[in-house]
Design a protein around this ligand. Structure first.
Ligand SMILES: C[S@@+](CC[C@H](N)C(=O)[O-])C[C@H]1O[C@@H](n2cnc3c(N)ncnc32)[C@H](O)[C@@H]1O
Length: 293
């Protein structure tokens, strides 16, 4: 495999892109921009096309390391250390799952249903990098948010992300959301929003190597049928969501019927599934009807 020979950044971009494409990477142009921008010390992407300058030797060494890591299967965001999510640029590394575009849609659904102008107490269950909790805090400054996470490492990353943004209204909790005693200690909630693990053990084995070898398994896998966390989450939420309050949960696109049934069994009403931007049924929405005891 040939090393990068620099004759201006635009030409360099083409060469990186060709190497990524040859390795079967799906969006080689965008990823080439990401790698080069990061290797040059986070040069804004549009300047990659305007800058006249050549790459320095030191930058070229870093770039070559980044390209090698990408060609070995490491996801772009773990290499650059950043992931875009709605209005945010999050710091990201292997301590947490890389936030996905469909989860931006989950936040959109929650905001649309709740209306952003009222006061609300919201739980982000399984916060990972903090993507959902931080988005809600930035986009709805009057909401108070509890962000719970079982992985201490992920929670540490979420807190680091919180330091990047001037948000004081999030309480970060290391907790297991599948335990009923976690819910018992929460105040009544207006909204539970969650992107929980929902992949089956079998599906995990079929996931691309990029995911299996780099992203945390605890963030994705939820038992033999993928429902271990969703099911406990609905049971817990049923005890703490206020009458008229909502749960909005990301699910797999084949899980809709069973997720609706689980919501009903746990006393929620108007349970339905909303589509993501690719029209796949991905978001369970349910309303709390009854008083909890
Ligand atoms: C699919 S990831 C979502 C992360 C982040 N909310 C996002 O959307 O990018 C699920 C998260 O739930 C956490 N998690 C898994 N099981 C949990 C449990 N029983 N209690 C609390 N958090 C859990 C994982 O560590 C992971 O961070």
């Amino acid at each position: 495999m040939s090393a990068v020979v620099s004759t201006g950044l635009r030409h360099l971009l083409e060469k990186i892109s060709e190497r990524l494409a040859a390795a079967g990477i799906e969006a080689p142009g965008v990823e080439a921009e990401g790698l080069l921008s990061a290797a040059l010390g986070d040069v804004p992407r549009h300047l990659l096309y305007q800058e006249e300058r050549e790459i320095t030797d030191d930058e070229q060494v870093i770039l070559e390391q980044f390209i090698s890591r990408r060609l070995a299967g490491e996801p772009l965001q773990y290499i650059t250390g950043e992931a875009a999510f709605r209005l945010l640029t999050l710091q990201i590394d292997r301590r947490a799952l890389i936030p996905r575009p469909e989860t931006e849609g989950l936040v959109e659904v929650a905001l649309r249903l709740m209306g952003s102008n009222r006061q609300a107490l919201v739980l982000d269950a399984g916060t990972g990098s903090g993507a959902i909790a931080l988005s809600l805090a930035v986009e709805c400054p009057q909401w108070r948010i509890v962000a719970a996470e079982i992985s201490p490492a992920a929670l540490e990353l979420a807190r680091e992300n919180a330091d990047r943004y001037d948000v004081g209204q999030i309480e970060w909790l290391e907790a297991d959301i599948t335990r009923l005693d976690f819910w018992r200690h929460l105040p009544p909630l207006d909204l539970v929003v969650s992107n929980p693990p929902y992949v089956t053990v079998e599906e995990w084995e079929e996931l691309p190597r990029e995911i299996r070898e780099y992203e945390p398994k605890v963030a994705l896998v939820a038992g033999p049928r993928g429902f271990d966390v969703i099911s406990a989450l609905l049971e817990g939420a049923s005890t703490r969501v206020k009458p008229g309050g909502l749960v909005v949960i990301e699910i797999g696109d084949t899980q809709g019927d069973e997720a609706i049934e689980l919501a009903r069994i746990n006393g929620f009403v108007d349970a339905r599934v909303a589509p993501d931007l690719s029209a796949r049924p991905r978001f369970l929405i349910a309303l709390q009807r009854r008083n909890y005891s």
